[in-house]
Write a protein that binds this ligand. Structure first.
Ligand code: ADP
Length: 247
């Protein structure tokens, strides 16, 4: 018994050493992913740029050539997006992500994001905001999150179905909801869709071409700003993602 405290002390030291080694390994891994993402993104951006410029001058190309260029370009862009996502996550993990919090009128931000939908293929996006709601957020990061959510709402619903962006204030909390009437998410997957690389049923997702990182990044960014992100969904009826900021 007399020895017990020494043993406990030794055990604690061993644990601390193991933890610190794990921490080092994790840090190395994170740096490796960050560096490699960065190194790959630069040449791929050049490739994508040339493919686009070739496509723009496609008058003398036959259908096959045009399609090959378009497919190669789309794949390059998809990979660039993956690398950007990996960089964002590596940065967030290291604590290097700086959030510039300032009061932002959410109504304006949401309208701005809705106006981007031309780039998403002309989907109907309705903005519903009865009152002006302000929150302390990093405008650019929140915009990135909203674009992610809107992009998903578009990917996972039929073109004829409208998407709603809702701004409201409940119990002094500022809330933005992104609501779609799409395919919905099975109950058993709801708890995991914010995990890295998690995709519901690869089959239904394959054609839409993501890597399952969008929601993981969105969650990291929202929490980094002091908010929360939540989801409600019914299979076959639609999904609603809510971002909540305390006042
Ligand atoms: P990705 O869309 O690239 O697969 P995300 O992290 O954005 O990755 O989403 C993870 C998974 O959650 C998706 O694969 C999809 O199955 C599901 N999901 C996300 N948003 C929606 C939505 N609005 N409707 C239905 N399913 C969704």
């Amino acid at each position: 018994l007399n020895n017990a405290p020494t043993e406990v002390k030794e055990l604690a030291q061993t644990f601390n050493m193991m933890l610190s080694r794990l921490g080092d390994a994790w840090e190395q891994q994170r740096q490796f992913i960050g560096n490699i993402s960065h190194e790959l993104r630069t040449p791929l951006t050049v490739v994508s740029g040339y493919l686009q410029s070739l496509l723009r001058r496609s008058n003398n190309l036959n259908d096959y050539q045009r399609e090959a260029l378009a497919t190669a370009g789309a794949e390059a862009d998809r990979t660039i997006k993956l690398l950007q996502d990996l960089l964002d996550l590596a940065r967030a993990d290291s604590g290097y992500t700086r959030y510039h919090l300032a009061p932002v009128l959410l109504n304006d931000l949401v309208s701005e994001v809705a106006d981007l939908t031309g780039e998403f293929g002309d989907r109907t996006v309705r903005v519903a905001a009865k009152v002006n709601v302000e929150a302390m957020v990093d405008r650019d990061r929140l915009k990135q999150v909203l674009i992610n959510l809107l992009d998903n709402a578009i990917k996972y619903s039929e073109a004829a179905q409208p998407i709603e962006l809702i701004v409201e204030q409940i119990n002094k909390q500022a809330i933005i909801r992104v609501r779609d009437r799409g395919i919905g998410i099975p109950l058993q997957d709801l708890g995991r869709i914010f995990d890295r690389f998690y995709r519901v049923d690869e089959d239904r997702a394959r054609t839409t071409g993501g890597y399952g990182l969008g929601l993981a990044i969105s969650k990291t960014l929202v929490e980094g700003m002091g908010g929360k992100i939540m989801v409600r969904s019914t299979l076959g009826e639609g999904s609603e993602f809510s971002i909540v900021f305390p006042k």
